[in-house]
Design a binder for this molecule. Sequence first.
Ligand SMILES: *Cc1c(COP(=O)(O)O)cnc(C)c1O
Length: 495
Amino acid sequence: MDLLYKSTRGSGEAVTASQAILKGLSDDGGLFVPDQIPVLDKSLDELAKMSYQETAYEVMKLFLTDFTEEELKSCIAKAYDSKFDTEIIAPLAEADGAYYLELFHGATIAFKDMALSILPHLLTTSAKKNHVENEIVILTATSGDTGKAALAGFADVKGTRIIVFYPKNGVSPIQEKQMVTQKGDNTYVVGIHGNFDDAQTGVKKLFSDKELAAEMAEKGFQFSSANSINIGRLVPQIVYYVYAYARLFAEGKVAKDERINVVVPTGNFGNILAAFYAKNMGLPIDKLICASNDNKVLYDFFRTGEYDRNREFVLTTSPSMDILISSNLERLIYRIAGNDAGKNAQLMAELAGEGKYHITEDMQVQLADFYGNYATEAETTERIKELYEKVGYVIDTHTAVASVVYDKYKKETGDEKTTVIASTASPYKFTRSVMDAIDSKYDSCSDFELVDELSKISNTEVPRAIEEIRTAPVVHDHVCEKDEMKTVVKGFLGI
Ligand SMILES: *Cc1c(COP(=O)(O)O)cnc(C)c1O
């Protein structure tokens, strides 16, 4: 029996996994959700013996039921290969009483690679399965990491083009350099004058522009999304939680079925939702600890039951979490509303209209699995320095936010369960903030001097992704206003 996907806003028919991947977002503006969460059908003893790729197959086959075994294994093999700098793909590093799950060993040294190295293959396979002849145009808004990871994933993939919008002054210098040096004839990168939410809102508007869709279809194009709302992004992210638990078990760090806590530095709520799905598949996860930076809309939500985006947008040193509308939260809202699309649609309409909504007490009770807190800039900086000085392990700013929140959680609850902290970016991606946190003497260094200093003090090799951009020429220099995005897209496509 195929697992089917429905919209969180409900009106449309259920679609297959490959159709949901192709569409990205449902026509009614909702997100696709599986009509049930499948249960892991392999034992822990079996999982403990599996490679990352084998684990990926066991998890993904349960969600992408209309893919053949051959199709899925081929996608997995193309994604998790030598683009990663370690054969185990997602290693665990023990430091100061927690396990850091390093999700940054892929092509662009951030966790987005975990899903975006496989999405292009899932997407082109889905197109073939559904007899789509149009060229697929990936349209993405990025707060920094998604953009580069999507560009790297889709560059020169046949039958696709990719257009990335990023906030011109809202990403790190290295993130920007990574994007504007992207090779590939099918890649386009544009900085907009606005913040990430402006970019994301603009992209959503283009996706729902029926007139534009018709013009594009006439010329043989159709949009698809690589943003974290695509279930082709979400499902591959479940894999590493299963893999991490199996590794802990295999190495005797947890007993069979012993519950662990998971801490996730959160922005769009995709990564932590994947952990929630893993828990619902039967993985022994206890608390899902949601870590925010100063844009602490989720912390407030878990505390009060009110989601309110009407607040100042703060630029922090963890820019990939500078988000006021966490799109993937809608999947959780839908679920705690009892899979009631009407109720969810009403709340989302309130969010679009007044910028806020309040969930019922009944719904709030169902959030007991979650704990939310946040880290200030000072706490984040302090944590990077402290962890380095204590054990010599250097973490990036996003991971540091999670680490601070984990400490707060432990102090508040006394819960000492084995804990996995999702480490979402390499410190080499945010070198300036990381090195400044460790010692102010690095202030005067250039970006690449900092890279070499970091290599020395952390005793780690400079990642290939950084070596590559040292000398790469800038090939994308487009900048536009936020209301010019449609014109820019039409220009690129020649329509
Ligand atoms: C995208 C990103 C996050 C946030 O992940 P979500 O799935 O959007 O919650 C955290 N850290 C880094 C480094 C990221 O790139």
